[in-house]
Design a protein around this ligand. Structure first.
Ligand code: FEO
Length: 391
C-alpha cells in the first residue's frame, strides 16, 4: 500500500483488492475494488477518515507505520460496514488515545459488530465540527447511501468531501484520480445500480447536499478520487432523476425456443418503433450488468417459459432483483410460453409489488408462437410505444 497525496495535509491510504470477485457474497466485482482511508493532518490534531476491509488490516497498519504516522487523534467512521470500519480495533491498538468519531446509528452498528468500547466514541450530528488546527472536520448526515448510518465528512479549508460508499466505484486501479472518466463512469454506474439505486431518493438528497458545497475534490472510500466533482455529481443527477429513457429491458429464459422467438420478434418490433431494447438472457446472470441496464429503462418485459406452474427460477430471480433495486421504470409486461398449465403472468406480477409500474396485457402462448401470438406481440409493442409517446 503506497499512500498518495490528495491535497496539502490530506493523504490517501488505499488498499487495492485486485482479486476480490464478489462483494457481500452477492455483488460481482469484475474490476476488483479499493478501500480508501484518508489521513487529514492539522497543526494540532490528526484524523483518519474510514479504515479498510479486515483482510487488508495488516497491510494498512504497516503502511501507517512506514509513513511515520505518529499520532491519530480521531478515527472518523462514515459508515459501519466492515469494509470501512473493520480495521478500527487495530488502529485503536496502535493509537490507544484515539477516539472514534461518528453518528449515533453508526456507533451502535460498530458496537454491535466490532470490539470497540462505548467510551471510545465521540458522537456527532448534522453540521457538527471538530477543529484539527488549520483544518476542520465537518459532518453531514447522508443516510441510506448505503446504510441508514452513512454520513459525509468535509474539510472546508481543503474543499474536499469524504463520501464513503456514496459516489464510489468498485475499481481496482493504481490511478489516484478519476482521470479516465469513461472507465470510471462504467464502474461508478455499476456501483450506483447495485448499491445506491434501491435508495434512489436518498441518493438524490445526498447529491443536493454534497453538490451545494464548494468542492475541489470528492474522495469516496471505493475507487479513485474525483478532482472534477461535477463529473460524478452530474452522473448521479441523471441516474437518480425520475424520468426514464425510451428503453426496454427484456430479462428472459428460453428452454425450447418458444420464448426466445417471442423475445426476438418483440425486440424487432420495438426497434421499428424507435425504442432502445436490451434483451438479457438471465441464465448465469451478471447481476451488476442487469442492474446497470435498469438504471434508465422505462419498461421491463419479463419473458419466461412456464416451469412447475410458474416462471423459470432465473426469471423469478430477475423479478426479485427488479423489485428491490427500485429502478425508475414506469411500465412492465410479461410474455412467455406454457405446455399445459400455469398462471405465470400473475405470479411474476405478484413478485413486483414495489416496482410501481403499469403492466400491459401479457402475451402467453401454448407451445411455439404462431400468427396469433405474433399479432399479440405487435399489440404489446404498440402499447409500449404509445405509452412512451404519451410520456
Ligand atoms: Fe463499502 Fe457499505 O460499504
Amino acid at each position: 500500500m503506497i499512500p498518495f497525496k490528495v491535497t496539502d495535509g490530506i493523504d490517501c491510504f488505499r488498499a487495492i483488492d485486485w482479486d476480490r470477485e464478489l462483494f457481500d457474497e452477492l455483488v460481482p466485482l469484475p474490476e476488483g475494488t479499493t478501500y480508501n482511508a484518508y489521513l487529514v493532518t492539522g497543526s494540532d490534531k490528526t484524523a483518519l477518515i474510514d479504515t479498510v476491509y479486515p483482510p487488508k488490516t495488516d497491510e494498512f497498519i504497516a503502511a501507517l507505520r512506514r509513513a511515520g504516522v505518529r499520532r491519530i487523534d480521531y478515527i472518523v467512521a462514515n459508515h459501519a460496514e466492515q469494509d470501512h470500519s473493520g480495521s478500527i480495533p487495530a488502529v485503536l491498538e496502535l493509537f490507544p488515545d484515539a477516539r472514534v468519531v461518528t453518528n449515533a446509528k453508526c456507533k451502535r452498528f460498530i458496537m454491535d459488530t466490532l470490539p470497540v468500547a462505548r467510551d471510545a466514541f465521540i458522537t456527532v450530528g448534522e453540521g457538527h465540527s471538530l477543529p484539527l488546527g488549520g483544518r476542520t472536520l465537518q459532518f453531514l448526515m447522508t443516510p441510506w447511501v448505503h446504510w441508514p448510518d452513512t454520513m459525509t465528512t468535509c474539510v472546508p479549508e481543503a474543499k474536499i468531501a469524504f463520501t464513503c460508499d456514496f459516489l464510489g466505484a468498485h475499481l481496482a486501479t493504481t490511478e489516484a484520480f478519476a482521470d479516465d472518466e469513461a472507465r470510471v463512469e462504467t464502474a461508478a454506474k455499476r456501483y450506483y445500480a447495485e448499491i445506491m439505486m434501491p435508495y434512489r431518493g436518498f441518493s438524490r438528497e445526498a447529491v443536493d447536499k454534497v453538490g451545494a458545497l464548494d468542492l475541489d475534490f470528492i474522495a469516496p472510500s471505493h475507487g479513485p478520487v474525483y478532482a472534477r466533482p461535477s463529473f460524478i455529481l452530474d452522473l448521479y443527477r441523471a441516474w437518480t432523476a425520475d424520468e426514464p429513457k425510451p428503453y426496454v429491458v427484456i430479462p428472459y429464459v428460453s428452454m425450447y425456443e418458444s420464448t426466445a422467438r417471442m423475445v426476438a420478434y418483440l425486440t424487432d418490433r420495438l426497434i421499428e418503433r424507435g425504442l432502445g431494447v436490451r434483451p438479457i438472457n438471465v441464465v448465469g446472470l451478471d447481476t451488476g450488468d442487469y442492474a446497470m441496464s435498469l438504471v434508465d429503462a422505462s419498461t421491463i418485459v419479463f419473458a419466461s417459459p412456464t416451469v412447475l406452474s410458474g416462471p423459470h427460477p432465473d426469471v423469478a430471480y430477475a423479478a426479485l432483483l427488479a423489485n428491490v433495486l427500485n429502478p425508475k421504470a414506469k411500465y412492465a409486461a410479461v410474455v412467455g410460453s406454457f405446455g399445459w398449465e400455469g398462471n405465470l403472468p400473475e405470479i411474476v406480477r405478484d413478485m413486483l409489488p414495489k416496482l410501481g409500474a403499469r403492466f400491459f396485457e401479457p402475451v402467453m402462448v401454448k407451445g411455439l408462437p404462431r400468427e396469433a401470438a405474433f399479432a399479440d406481440l405487435d399489440r404489446l409493442a404498440d402499447d409500449i410505444a404509445a405509452a412512451h409517446a404519451a410520456g
